[in-house]
Design a protein around this ligand. Structure first.
Ligand code: CO
Length: 224
């Protein structure tokens, strides 16, 4: 089962991705990790990518896409893959589609988590970490997991927030790319939506991301 998963930061994509990974016993391929692995491993593509990254430039698609295809061919992808974080723009989506077809890799499912941009931002900025247990989720903007005053709703432990989650400029920058429906990540999702509209072997569906996490999971399961 080969899946591409779209959703903005803050949409709970990671949680739903883990469910897909377990259900189909497929590899969860996160595009950022592919860069890191290639650079760390000193591969030819990694060396080329690093030269761009060191200059502060974006890595061109003719390096990124072969890296991704290479990753999707590795042993842990034998039962399929879940691609997360790529493509990020319309041109990449068109190139990825062409490359998958060339490689005769069959895309089965494309999922898009719908979530209003402001809600996505609130959810990131509202995350709180429990000092006593990382597995105690707290979020000041999500009713189901709202902290108990200013302490952990589960154990009463002190709460803190990650600096990344409070970096409003960085969140806005990422979301500006994601929510750009003309050339950005949403546009890339729509490339696959259009392909699926003419190809009954590809199941493209959306999930209502504003719902509570268990409800999003239920919707996911019902649409698979
Ligand atoms: Co706690």
């Amino acid at each position: 089962m080969n899946i591409i998963f779209f959703g903005p930061n803050g949409s709970g994509k990671g949680t739903q991705g883990a469910i897909l990974k377990d259900k189909y016993n497929i590899a969860h391929i996160e595009s950022g990790a592919i860069f890191r692995d290639n650079i760390k491993g000193g591969t030819e593509l990694g060396k080329k990518a690093k030269a761009f990254i060191d200059k502060g430039d974006l890595v061109p698609d003719d390096i990124t896409i072969p890296m991704i295809l290479d990753r999707l061919k590795q042993d842990d992808c034998a039962k399929g893959w879940l691609l997360d974080g790529f493509p990020r723009n319309k041109v990449q989506a068109e190139k990825l589609d062409a490359s998958l077809k060339e490689e005769k890799m069959k895309l089965d499912i494309v999922i898009e988590i719908l979530l209003d941009r402001q809600i996505a931002k609130d959810r990131i900025m509202g995350r709180r970490l429990c000092e006593k247990d990382n597995n105690h989720p707290n979020n000041i903007f999500i009713d189901a997991i709202k902290p108990n005053g200013d302490v952990c709703r589960v154990c009463g432990g002190a709460l803190s927030s990650r600096a990344d989650d409070q970096d409003e400029g960085a969140i806005d920058k990422r979301h500006s790319i994601y929510y750009d429906a003309e050339t950005g990540t949403l546009a890339s999702a729509y490339v696959f939506r259009d392909i699926a509209a003419n190809d009954t072997t590809i199941n493209y569906f959306t999930l209502e991301g504003k719902n509570a996490l268990p409800d999003v999971t239920a919707e996911l399961i019902s649409k698979l």
